[in-house]
Design a protein around this ligand. Structure first.
Ligand code: FEO
Length: 172
């Protein structure tokens, strides 16, 4: 059984994963509107993965004898100046999610809830991977540049990353 406090925090994280999915789906829409098919594929894949992250938490909370709650989800941002701004916003968002996960891990540890602590380790590893992935995309954007043909190559490169990424296993 998870404590009331941890249930509240896990439900907050469920909401954040939903928000992340909507944020990336909205970014995909921005890419579509700007003819960036490769970036759009990458962001759609990310939106789908965020739903898996949400489901993983949702199932855990219910299995642990508490009740997962879906609250109101904030409207995602939809205005971006260019694709660099899209990926900068993605990176900032992932760093924020890492902080939230770390806070959750600390709360589970402080309560000696080692089942939840253990469950959250998957998210710790996932955040490390996501920060690295988005950070490397941002590096490429800065290296290639988004002027003229640079934008075409960026889109091709990011689409290639999406096409070659192994599929994330479905939420248990
Ligand atoms: Fe659910 Fe992108 O972290």
């Amino acid at each position: 059984m998870i404590s009331k406090k941890l249930t509240t925090l896990l439900n907050k994280q469920i909401n954040l994963e939903f928000y992340s999915s909507n944020l990336y789906l909205q970014m995909r829409s921005w890419c579509d509107a700007n003819s960036l098919d490769g970036c759009g594929r990458f962001l759609q894949q990310h939106a789908d993965e965020e739903m898996q992250h949400m489901n993983r938490l949702f199932n855990y909370v219910n299995e642990a004898g508490s009740m997962a709650l879906i609250g109101a989800i904030d409207e995602p941002r939809s205005d971006y100046k260019n694709v660099q701004e899209v990926f900068e916003a993605t990176f900032e968002h992932e760093c924020q999610i890492t902080k939230e996960i770390n806070m959750l891990v600390k709360a589970a540890y402080d309560e000696a809830d080692f089942s939840t602590f253990n469950f959250l380790q998957w998210y710790v590893a996932e955040q490390h991977e996501e920060e690295h992935l988005i950070g490397s995309i941002l590096d490429k954007i800065k290296m290639i540049g988004i002027e003229g043909k640079g934008l075409y190559f960026i889109d091709k490169e990011i689409g290639g990353i999406a096409d070659n990424r192994p599929e994330e296993p479905p939420a248990p």
